[in-house]
Design a protein around this ligand. Structure first.
Ligand code: UDP
Ligand code: MG
Length: 232
């Protein structure tokens, strides 16, 4: 199972109609390539979680599900926020997938390093963190607020992995542990380091959004767990 795992790539989506087809296509190619190389199981798939979008996001997902076996979707009844959308995806595949990778839908996270995450999993790591190797694409405000955020959280005793957001792999054991956390205002990147397990890092270059706009405008960044952590 560790050798040729069933991988699910979980993609939270909120009003992402402008980018979604390209994301499906790029992730689909990465998945196909790993299947052809026998690195992952043929049942591996993409799971798109529609977080209460108001645009054509769900139509695009539903159409793709009908014609492509490797695409699956979950539709939430309203907008629950990025972290809860991810959690819903993680709960949906528990007991089915051997490992998951969470990734944003806007292609800011470099999909070409996905095979590196899987290699680390196959080598025995249960948690693999995607780490941004630089912050050039961020505004000065984002860079400054990220720095402040890490030092503030450290003072509260919450130790985050610097330059890691929500691009990560979790094996099924880690996934089980994560799904046991009862919080409903969950902050995944604060919890993952607490669950233990053997972990590794994969470095990547964070790009500009392929299309569409950030779903975290300034006003959301002012809220604590609702938005602030997503500036980093
Ligand atoms: N997202 C979501 N629900 C929300 C806000 C965002 O599922 O309420 C998704 C969004 O579609 C994207 C990811 O979370 O896949 C990160 O959002 P975004 O790219 O807007 O954040 P940024 O990169 O600007 O911090
Ligand atoms: Mg983004």
């Amino acid at each position: 199972m560790r050798d040729k795992p069933i991988l699910t790539i979980i993609v939270p989506c909120y009003n992402e109609e402008e980018v979604l087809k390209e994301t499906m296509s790029q992730l689909g190619l990465v998945l196909r390539d790993m299947k052809d190389k026998m690195v992952i199981h043929e049942a591996s798939d993409l799971l798109f979680v529609d977080d209460g979008s108001h645009d054509k996001t769900w139509d695009i997902i539903a159409n793709a599900m009908e014609i492509q076996d490797h695409i699956n979707g979950v539709k939430l009844s309203r907008n629950f926020g990025h972290q809860n959308a991810l959690l819903a995806g993680m709960q949906a595949v528990e007991g089915r997938s051997d490992c998951i990778i969470s990734i944003d839908s806007d292609l800011q996270d470099d999909v070409s390093v996905i095979p590196e995450f899987v290699e680390k999993y196959r080598a025995g790591y249960e948690v693999v963190y995607g780490i941004r190797d630089e912050r050039k694409t961020d505004t000065r405000f984002k860079r400054g607020s990220a720095h402040l955020f890490y030092s503030m959280m450290g003072k509260f005793g919450i130790h985050l992995i610097p330059d890691h957001a929500d691009y990560r792999l979790l094996g099924s054991l880690a996934l089980q542990e994560m799904n046991l956390f009862p919080e409903n205002n969950i902050f995944l990147r604060g919890i993952v380091p607490l669950i233990g397990f053997k972990s590794e890092k994969v470095y990547y270059h964070r790009k500009e959004r392929f299309a569409g706009e950030s779903k975290y405008p300034l006003k959301k960044n002012a809220g604590f767990c609702g938005g602030w952590p997503d500036v980093i």
